[in-house]
Design a protein around this ligand. Structure first.
Ligand SMILES: [Zn+2]
Length: 269
């Protein structure tokens, strides 16, 4: 019998996590997690809302009660694929109106930014597949076919004596909004932040198809990655596994050279 796929179920406000992949943040959490298959996590601040147990939702946040956001998450769970493997269909994209509204509230005109950079708003997928752990032992989430391609890529590298590790995969709109808002709170201007970070909603990481790749012992996301054997190998072989470097030097989007950032287009296998 095949195990059901390990998924992150995604909705605009709430994520459903497999309970065994989350760390308890206290004794109460630990007890509830041990008896739950799924945990409801609020995307805006990462708080654990409730554990989904056989007897129903057990709140983990004081005074929390299930509203339409929790209902939407449980409905999404019902619609999620039950079996894994090669047959897993691509996840549907979530709507974009929420990120558009948040950008407007931040004083960031999405259309102007899109025109200036040639980038487009990137929807989050309705669910993501567990792709193992990243360098920091955090769960790595990717679209199912990208997860398989990443495992094949890493195995092929290993066969050639090259070690690759994942530094970052899927990131939500809320995650990128959090970075933006913290920098704004420290007094940085919108322009100063956009010189270094993609505008929230415009990062390829939202798609579940982008991956920051590193070499063990090398600092993460540094231009020096370009001088590693791992990078030389990727430049030769990544395309054969359907991966392309999104931001080469002098790319038309005005994004700094990112030799560590690769996108799975799925064309090659
Ligand atoms: Zn990246």
């Amino acid at each position: 019998m095949r195990c059901p796929p390990r998924l992150l179920i995604n909705t605009p406000d709430v994520e459903l996590w497999p309970a065994d992949l989350l760390r308890a943040r206290g004794n109460r959490d630990a007890r509830a997690l041990a008896q739950a298959r799924w945990l409801l996590r609020r995307k805006r601040d990462g708080r654990y809302l409730a554990a989904a147990q056989d007897r129903g939702l057990v709140p983990l946040l004081p005074r929390w009660t299930a509203g339409i956001d929790a209902e939407a998450a449980l409905d999404a769970l019902d619609r999620a694929p039950r079996t894994g493997g090669q047959g897993l269909a691509p996840a549907a994209p979530l709507p974009l109106h929420r990120i558009e509204a948040r950008l407007q509230a931040l004083g960031l005109r999405a259309e102007d930014y899109a025109q200036r950079t040639g980038l487009a708003l990137v929807p989050e997928p309705a669910w993501l597949a567990f792709a193992g752990h990243d360098r920091y032992r955090r769960p790595l989430w990717l679209q199912a076919d990208t997860a398989r391609a990443w495992h094949r890529l890493r195995a092929a590298a290993r066969a050639d004596g090259i070690a690759l590790d994942a530094i970052s995969g899927y990131r939500s709109h809320d995650y990128q909004l959090g970075i933006f808002e913290r920098k704004r709170a420290r007094g940085l201007s919108v322009e100063a932040i956009l010189a270094v970070n993609a505008a929230p909603g415009f990062s390829e990481h939202h798609s579940g198809r982008a991956l920051d790749i590193g070499a063990p012992g090398e600092p993460p996301a540094e231009a020096s990655f370009e001088r590693t054997a791992a990078f030389a190998w990727l430049r030769e072989r990544a395309a054969g596994h359907g991966f392309v470097m999104s931001y080469p030097a002098d790319n038309p989007h005005g994004i700094v050279y990112e030799p560590w950032h690769w996108r799975h287009d799925g064309a090659a296998a």
